[in-house]
Design a protein around this ligand. Sequence first.
Ligand SMILES: [Fe+2]
Length: 292
Amino acid sequence: MKLNLRPLHDLFAAEATGVSLTSPPDAATLAAIVAAMDRYAVLVFPDQDLTDAQQIAFSERLGPLETTVKTFRPDHRARLDLHLSDVSNLDENHHVIAADDRRRMNGLGNRLWHTDSSFKAIPARYSLLSAHAIPPDGGETEFADLRAAWDALPAAMQARVAPLIAEHSLLTSRATIGFTDFSPEETARLQPVPQRLVRTHPGSGRRSLYLASHAGSIRGMPLPEARVLLLDLMEHATQRRFVYTHRWRLHDLVIWDDRCTLHRARPFDMTVPRDMRRTTVSDARSTLDQAA
Ligand SMILES: [Fe+2]
């Protein structure tokens, strides 16, 4: 199998064809996919009609998988395997959840710019999202290239932010949209974790910002100063010139590099099923143990 790449944006993102991911790729193909991820950070694989087991098997070739964060109530059962993050609007019986359902309120946090699992001490390396049912309109995913955003920062700002450590929590991003329905146990488990604000990508050697709406403070900086700096950086990084908008087709599999991109979901008609399933490859270690 030969991996063919077609750029989708002048900075990042490419369509990848020529390989079927229904069985795990051989070593050469896998290396080609990783190299393409290092170059493009977002790869769109069309027409990959994968079972959950096939998606998990392929994802595991890229590294250890995360298991889903339990923010469900005891009366909510998971619809999918615990290695799949359910990014759908469906309940465990595959029915569209109510407009005011707690799971939907929590899920609305995905409309904010973020990178997956930056609220975990060891965050995500890659996310792989497959489209099993899509609404006729809307529901796009937007991606922003944090390497290009870093490259475009003035040198003085690069020097200012390079040594900084931000603190990320799911509670921060959810509080931004007024969602605070967390139990004491969840609140204790979701306390902020430190992450470098600037990272060097081990595959490409490129530096990038590392931002998310989960970031709510910066170590050693007064809170208002940290918040306005984070807002300024987020505004800078999500300028239209750094953004690729993915319009989903059924059976697309999109892989993105969480170390150097942001993403967010766009609105769609909530009464229509949208069934998206994500596997998440964990990074090897804390960003604090990695090059700035
Ligand atoms: Fe996400």
